[in-house]
Design a protein. Structure first.
Length: 119
């Protein structure tokens, strides 16, 4: 898809915001807090931390970072969004408590690749 929008704010030592990627048949909205944490297709959560959510520029083959000085430079760039499985320890109850969606105030079950989380 193509980068269609960025938001960013700095508060409490964190960069937070959204990245919107449009493509056929729908758009993805990625929320971040220093790292990409959640991916939504419309209102549906389709990927989440603690898995890795990666955004790569198709032309440069470099990662797209929300830490860039000029976020608007990425607008219109063609990107791929990947989800990579986290280490198995993050899939445990204690791991999800430290880095799952609820840790960031999102009342949702994690959406992970690979085996189901272990309690």
């Amino acid at each position: 898809g193509r980068v269609r929008g960025w938001t960013r704010r700095s508060a409490g030592g964190f960069l937070s915001g959204t990245l919107t990627v449009s493509g056929a048949p729908s758009s993805l909205r990625l929320r971040y807090r220093n790292e990409f944490l959640l991916a939504y297709d419309g209102r549906r959560l389709v990927a989440s931390c603690p898995d890795l959510l990666l955004v790569v520029d198709v032309t440069t083959r470099r990662g797209v970072s929300n830490w860039a000085d000029d976020l608007h430079a990425a607008l219109g760039s063609e990107v791929l969004v990947f989800q990579a499985p986290c280490h198995p320890l993050w899939r445990t109850g204690p791991g999800l408590a430290l880095f799952g969606p609820r840790h960031f105030g999102i009342d949702a079950e994690p959406v992970l690749l690979g085996p189901e989380p272990v309690p």
